[in-house]
Structure formats: C-alpha cells, structure tokens
Design a protein around this ligand. Sequence first.
Ligand SMILES: *Cc1c(COP(=O)(O)O)cnc(C)c1O
Length: 394
Amino acid sequence: METKPADKPFIPFFKPSFSEEEENAVLNVIRSGWLTTGKEALAFEKEFADFIGAPEALSVNSASSGLLLALEAFGIGPGTKTVTTPYTFISTATSSLHLGAEIVYCDIEKDSYSIDLERLEDVFKKEKKIKAVVPVHIGGNLCPMEDINACAKRYNAVVIEDAAHAFPAKTKTGFAGTLADAGVFSFYATKTITTGEGGMITLKNPEKAGVIKTLRSNGIDRAVWNRYTEKEASWKYDVTCAGWKCNMPDILAAIGRIQLKKAEAFLERRKMIAGIFNEAFSGYDFLRIPPDSTGNAWHLYLLRIKPEKLLVTRDEFAKELQKEGLGISVHFIPHFDFTFIKKRYGLSRSDFPNAAEKADTTISLPFWPGMNEEEIHYVIDRVTKIGAKYYKKS
Ligand SMILES: *Cc1c(COP(=O)(O)O)cnc(C)c1O
C-alpha cells in the first residue's frame, strides 16, 4: 500500500474479485450483439442448478425480484401472511407487502441471527393465515432448516430461503437453496459472487418453474428470447397474467458464470480470513466472534462488541473504526427501526429483545476473498486497539 506516513490506509468494506476472465466474458457478449436474456442466462441457470444440486434455477435481476416472484408463485397474496425476522434486508419483507400480503415478525435466536424456533411456533399458534416462512441465512450462517420446515409443515406453510448471503453454504443434507421449497440468491455488488446486480431462484420441485418464468417476463407465457434471432421464430405470444420485468441480461449472466467457477476458491479464502479474525478476536472479552454452523458461506464477518465491557456504544465504536480507515458496515438496521414499518405495524423494540440486542452490538468488518495479509492485520490491529482504548475497567 502506497501511503504517505501521515496518511491512514483505507480498507474498503468489499472489493469484487474480478479478472480478465470476467472482462472477456462481457466483451464476448457485447460483440455477439445479443445483450438481454439469452444463451448466457440459460447456461448460468443450468450451471448454478448443477452446482447446488437443485432441479431448477431461474435467473432474475435481483434477489428482491426473486423473493417477489417466488412468493407470488407459491400463492402469497391478499389475505395471506408471511413470517420473517426484523433482522434482515428490507426486501425480505416488502416482497410480500407488494403482493398484498402482510408480514408477521418473529424474533431471532439469542445466540445466532436465525429465526427463533420456539417463537416461530408461537407465531403460528397465534396468527392464522400464515402461508409462508422466509428464514434468512444471515452472513451465510445457515438456519436450522429441518426444524423450520417441520414447523411450517405442521401449519401448511411454504418455506422460502432468503439465501442472499448463502452461496455456497451447505449442510450434510445439501446446499442452501435446496433446503426448502425455494431459495433466493443475490449477486448484488458485495455478495459472495457478484454480477453487479442479479439473483437466482432455486426450486426443490420444478413444478413452479413455468409460473415463475411467466411472471419474470411480463406475463408472457413462453420464452421469447429467440424471437428476433431465428428466421422462423414466431412473433406471436400470449399474456396470461400481470407479470413483472425481472429477467437477467446476458452481460450479467456471463459475469456470473465466471464468478461461479471461482466460488469454491473464494469460499476457501473467506474461511481462512474468518479463521484469522476469529483467532485474533477470541482473546478479547469485549468482543464476540460470529456464530458459525457447519457449511457457513462466510458472506459477512459479523463482529459483536459487548457494550457492558466498553465505555462506547456500537455507533461510537463504528465511528472510531471509520476514522482509522476501516470501511465497516452494519447488517442490519432492524425493520422495527424504520419509519415505514413502525407506522405500518407499530412495533416495539421490546417485542424483539434478541434482534434489538444484536442490532445494537454488531459491526460488519471489511471482508472479501482478495484481502491481503497487511489489510487483514490492519483491521485486527485497529479493532483491538480501539477496544483496549475504551475498555471499561471494573
Ligand atoms: C442483499 C439482500 C437481499 C436483496 O438482494 P438484491 O439482489 O440486492 O435485491 C435480500 N435479502 C438479504 C438478506 C440481503 O442481504
């Protein structure tokens, strides 16, 4: 790193790991003259499905769109309710709201960011009309899917994994995205593999694939991507429902295919870096390292501070890290803190003690597969020094 002695280095939150391979893939698509959904998107879907062992994968322009389409395909709409946690990205909830359904919020576990099973059962007992559960694999750490599926089944609800953080996380039973009725992945700019913007819906049972394809292309009931390229292709099509416009263009799919080939190598690097962080931070009683079930995708490094051991709050701690040049982030601002959700549901923080506690103590550190030794150790050094500076001597 070339810095003048007085300058502090800046360690970004994330850097995409791209090479000439992605550049060439994009150029090839541009030169082919076919820019929107076509051969690349179809190949990406096939390769992604094979990778995780899903019978069907459908590319979309974002995970937010993917959630919307998957929920709609499984019958979420007016008169139904979806359960998720307040500790996730906003579109985990707004996808159901756009369909005319309502959200029922359930707290997360005390020791992880997963939906709390006991509370989930209580929510089902209290609320009729729940048709879907959307568990979120926060940071790539998998939720206990067998228990969640069993609970949902007792009440005839479908389970759709918000797997935006979870490629390629896997348990003994299989990869995220194959552990429930459907899974939705994100290829947003900072996710484990990226196409800039993009997403993938995976299905356990291919039955819903046709509906999702129609919903994704403005309600048009057949693939039309060849209608401009093939001589005999028909210009005729029918529209069978009010669909959306959520297809993935080939330029992005071509990037995704290259990223997919690198996914295992990325994960090895992420695991290694997380291991170095874990070892370094475990020695400090004012820090808590992230939960780690088997097969974590390690999308985020979610460090928690213990405010009772420190003279500063999480916000102040985060500010100090930023002053030292760390591109930190916070995952997530809980939904009950947003004006829109507060107004709509009048939620109180005290109804979600575990989410509230984590929302006030978690910081996402700079973390990406290409981080070098110097960057890793600079992060460790700054975090531990700031902690020591504000340590509360009891
Ligand atoms: C990023 C993210 C999404 C949305 O992904 P997009 O591809 O940006 O729409 C959904 N859920 C979670 C948990 C996310 O982090």
